[in-house]
Design a protein around this ligand. Structure first.
Ligand code: SF4
Ligand code: SF4
Length: 206
């Protein structure tokens, strides 16, 4: 089966662009809050990602790295995944820098997933019932601003990504659960039984 993944990743990029603008606009209200100068970046936290579409998008960026850089990221991903797999309840107990973090910066910043994009500012996500789920913002935001009344509403952006994901999965007849760290996404490039993408433009089997 051949599918032009770019038809889906282009739409994802559009959502990301609008989300980044909304984030920057809100950050201005909080003294231009940004990650610049952060002494303890949050990229050592375990973030779990749930969508194939973000997987394809992240790997699009990964494939643009030089072969040497890809090799060093893969080595770090192996190490990360070893630690992650050997830790009980890793989401709470495991801390290691993401394999894409170098000198406190994300080397695939334009390709980073949704959760990495929204993590700094306080946010709200409304369930279908309308019930809000609140996020207080990263440790640094809370240190600087405490509790605030205007969070970033993530709902529309997350729903749009979920919509793209649904269409993609239907096209691929891929309905198994997807739940991976960035390290695991990257390691899938090497695994024969992982998601197999032979070129950027096509998806072939899984
Ligand atoms: S993908 Fe980038 S922003 Fe996200 S945790 Fe990894 S290094 Fe940090
Ligand atoms: S989101 Fe917050 S904790 Fe993470 S790097 Fe930015 S300022 Fe630091």
């Amino acid at each position: 089966m051949y599918i032009e993944i770019s038809r889906y990743t282009d739409r994802l990029k559009d959502v990301y662009e609008r989300l980044d603008s909304a984030y920057d606009e809100l950050a201005l209200k909080y003294d231009g809050f940004s990650c610049n100068g952060c002494e303890k970046v949050c990229c050592d936290r375990v973030f779990i990602h749930f969508t194939l579409i973000e997987h394809f998008h992240l790997l699009e960026g990964f494939r643009k790295l030089s072969p040497e850089k890809r090799e060093s990221v893969l080595e770090r991903a192996e190490e990360y995944n070893r630690g992650f797999s050997e830790t009980a309840h890793p989401e709470e107990n495991f801390r290691m820098l993401c394999p894409l973090c170098e000198e406190n910066r994300c080397i695939l910043y334009p390709y980073r997933p949704l959760l990495c994009r929204v993590y700094g500012l306080p946010g709200v996500l409304r369930k279908q019932t309308g019930e809000p789920l609140g996020f207080p913002g990263c440790w640094r935001f809370q240190d600087l601003h405490g509790e605030v009344s205007e969070p970033l509403d993530r709902t529309a952006f997350f729903s749009e990504v979920a919509g793209i994901e649904k269409e993609l999965r239907e096209k691929l007849t891929y309905f198994q659960r997807y739940r991976k760290t960035v390290a695991q996404m990257i390691l899938d490039e090497k695994r024969k039984d992982g998601l197999i993408m032979r070129t950027y433009d096509f998806f072939e089997g899984y």
